[in-house]
Ligand binder design. Structure first.
Ligand code: ZN
Length: 312
């Protein structure tokens, strides 16, 4: 099918409902607000007391269905996803979401919401593969039917690089290179940790007030709240505390099945890593392991753990 025809077929879904319109399962309530504020550390007084307004960022909370689910996708949305599957865009990744706040919700209001397919992009090339972005917009209304806010949610439906049909041109040259292992997200809070890894040292953060150790690195001590820290270097001995074997989904740069282990370091803290030196199906809880550093490519060094003798 010519690309213009494809895009025309996709564009025809714009404006159609994405989910059956719904009503919140429960009215806006103080307990939910309090839990949310405590979880996020938001102490704004406007969010407490009998005249409380709802924190705007809670907009989506009231539309969620919990484990028992919520309003179903419409046929239109299912058809759109099927069409994208037929085009070869069988993989999906959520890319971003965006909220707009129009008026605050108040205690006791029963929220109503409906969701439309707002836009379908033209064909795009990305590092994951080529595909189409689909944006759905949920309008959230208060009890009076007035718009309280909107929530946009964008996904990319794409052709995974490894399953691109042989006759399809590569979306971009980078996509056809052997996929590289994902990079760690390095930020101001954890960059000394990653510098340590590059220097082949596994550094554990230590609170200088109460000496509690922490890994992964975070800005404050969970025991005493102090932001002050220094480091201790792990001596490299540990055991497998728990593990899973990954079979599915297959990620580029990984070759399933493989074991992902939670390693208990001798110092008492844990980290997620790979166990090497044994087949994936021979990893066991309690297996003693020793730290090594593996250079995956010129930029990426990661700590890995070599299995020793199995426990008796
Ligand atoms: Zn502390």
């Amino acid at each position: 099918m010519p690309e213009e025809d494809v895009e025309q077929r996709l564009k025809a879904y714009e404006g159609r409902p994405a989910a059956v319109a719904g009503l919140a399962k429960d009215p806006v309530d103080a307990a939910m607000i309090r839990h949310w504020c405590e979880a996020l550390g938001d102490t704004n007084p406007a969010y407490a007391g009998p005249d409380a307004i709802v924190p705007p960022a809670m907009l989506q909370v009231w539309t969620m269905g919990g484990l028992s689910g919520n309003s179903a996708r419409t046929d239109a949305y299912e058809q759109l996803l099927s069409l994208l599957d037929e085009l070869g865009c069988t993989a999906v990744v959520a890319t971003d979401s965006e909220q707009e706040y129009v008026r605050p919700l108040r205690l006791g209001e029963r929220v109503a919401f409906d969701s439309v397919i707002e836009s379908v992009s033209g064909r795009k090339s990305t590092k994951l593969g080529w595909g189409y972005f689909v944006t759905t917009r949920t309008d959230v209304r208060g009890e009076d039917g007035e718009l309280a806010g909107t929530h946009r949610f964008r996904i990319l439906k794409y052709t995974p690089v490894e399953s691109r049909p042989a006759d399809t041109p590569a979306a971009d040259s980078q996509a056809v290179d052997t996929p590289r292992r994902p990079r760690p997200v390095v930020n101001r809070d954890n960059s000394p940790f990653w510098q340590g890894i590059r220097d082949h040292r596994l550094l554990i953060q230590r609170c200088t007030r109460c000496t509690t150790l922490r890994l992964p690195w975070i800005p404050g001590c969970v025991e005493c709240g102090s932001p002050d820290w220094d480091t201790v270097e792990a001596d490299g001995e540990g055991t497998v505390y728990s593990y899973v074997v990954m079979h599915h989904p297959p990620f580029p740069a990984f070759d399933p099945p493989y074991a992902v282990a939670l390693i208990q370091l001798a110092e008492g803290v844990r980290l997620v890593s790979n166990v090497i030196g044994v087949p994936y199906d021979k990893v066991r809880i309690g297996t003693p392991v020793t730290l090594e550093f593996h250079e995956y490519d010129e930029e990426l060094t990661l700590p890995v753990f070599r299995a020793g003798e199995e426990p008796a």
